[in-house]
Ligand binder design. Structure first.
Ligand SMILES: O=P(O)(O)OC[C@H]1O[C@H](OP(=O)(O)OP(=O)(O)O)[C@H](O)[C@@H]1O
Ligand SMILES: Nc1nc2[nH]cnc2c(=O)[nH]1
Ligand SMILES: [Mg+2]
Length: 175
């Protein structure tokens, strides 16, 4: 546990680090799009903010989609998962495009971990296609398409959350 406030079963930032570079993330998003291209076409993309905004931009570019909406959810405060709060739901115009159930809409997020965020958005749009770049085992059943599975005790470090820094040599104790 990182501190005393973790819920049991909540993800841990102190887990095995899995750093992802911009290059790698771009490649993984393109790989995701290759798969999505077989499933579509889609009327619109819905990015789950904030992490879903980055893959959504890349996927939208590759699929030639220009209609992009957001579902804005707040849950993690850094590494601690609190109660999920929907700050903004699907826009009325986009909900109409998906016939009210999300048919033909593509939901995109950067990752699924416990699956809580994905489950909430799926309940809003049960017939939408849900894609995430990375998936941990607990969240995996929630997604229709993903690229890389990492273990549940992994913490993914995205390039927008990190910066280059000096690393001590491995023999001096670098993890
Ligand atoms: O499967 P879950 O356990 O629900 O976790 C997955 C969610 O956690 C992260 O978002 P976060 O809530 O940290 O917000 P952010 O996207 O604004 O960084 C990530 O971007 C997913 O949306
Ligand atoms: N950056 C990041 N955010 C998360 N939110 C839930 N799990 C993770 C994770 O592994 N990495
Ligand atoms: Mg998120």
């Amino acid at each position: 546990m990182v501190n005393n406030h973790s819920e049991p079963g909540a993800p841990e930032r102190g887990g095995k680090p899995f750093p992802v570079s911009w290059d790698q993330f771009h490649r993984d998003c393109r790989a995701l799009t290759w798969r999505l291209n077989e499933v579509g076409p889609f009327h619109a993309i819905i990015a789950i903010t904030r992490g879903g905004l980055v893959p959504a931009a890349i996927v939208a570019r590759e699929l030639g989609l220009r209609v992009i909406d957001t579902v804005c959810v707040a849950s993690y405060d850094h590494d601690q998962q609190g109660e999920l709060r929907v700050l903004k739901g699907v826009s009325a115009d986009i909900a109409k495009l998906g016939g009210g159930t999300g048919k033909g809409l593509l939901i995109v997020d950067d990752l699924v971990d416990t699956g809580k965020t994905g489950r909430l958005v799926r309940e809003m749009l049960p017939d939408a296609h849900f894609a995430a770049v990375y998936a941990k085992p607990q969240g995996r059943p929630l997604v229709d398409t993903f690229i890389t599975e990492v273990s549940q005790d992994t913490w993914i470090h995205f390039p927008w959350d990190t910066a280059l820094s000096f690393q001590p040599p491995i023999r001096d104790g670098a993890g």
